[in-house]
Ligand binder design. Sequence first.
Ligand code: SAM
Length: 165
Amino acid sequence: MSRLDSFIRRMSAQRDILDALPRRLAGVPGLVMEFGLGSARTYDHLRERFPGRRIVVFESVVVEAVRPRPAPDDFVVGDLPGTAAAWPDGCAALVHADIETGDAAADAALRDWLPALAARLLAPGGFAVSGAPLPHPRLVAEPLPPGVAEGRYHVLRRDQRSFGG
Ligand SMILES: C[S@@+](CC[C@H](N)C(=O)[O-])C[C@H]1O[C@@H](n2cnc3c(N)ncnc32)[C@H](O)[C@@H]1O
């Protein structure tokens, strides 16, 4: 598969997964957390799909020209997971993490903290959507939308156990 085809399939998978989330998250309270503003493509999409939810964006590199830019109170600048440490357990209905770099070692290192952070931040029944795998006992794999290939993007649901349980 060419790199162009691969890119298009990844973007389509992202969009199809994000589009299904408002229905799947109905009844789950909490924030939407966007890990990685990047070019703000998925942030803008989440704004359209979740007009009633607060969306908090975490980003280590601020590029002034990127638009839309979250409001200052909703834009957390610095390196995850340090910046996320202040956010309480179970505050999020959705964690969307699109923070891989393509560097194999750096992406493998995400496993040291990203699955546990997502599991901690999610409310019971909340969703984690990620380019990187999120192996964690509290996160259960969910079906992907039709046409999205296994392994391209990951959709998991936080189990219903309360914190500390
Ligand atoms: C692939 S881009 C995100 C693209 C975005 N979803 C979009 O649609 O435009 C990944 C972003 O995550 C940010 N990032 C990666 N690791 C991070 C970390 N540890 N803490 C905060 N931001 C991080 C990078 O600076 C980069 O802007």
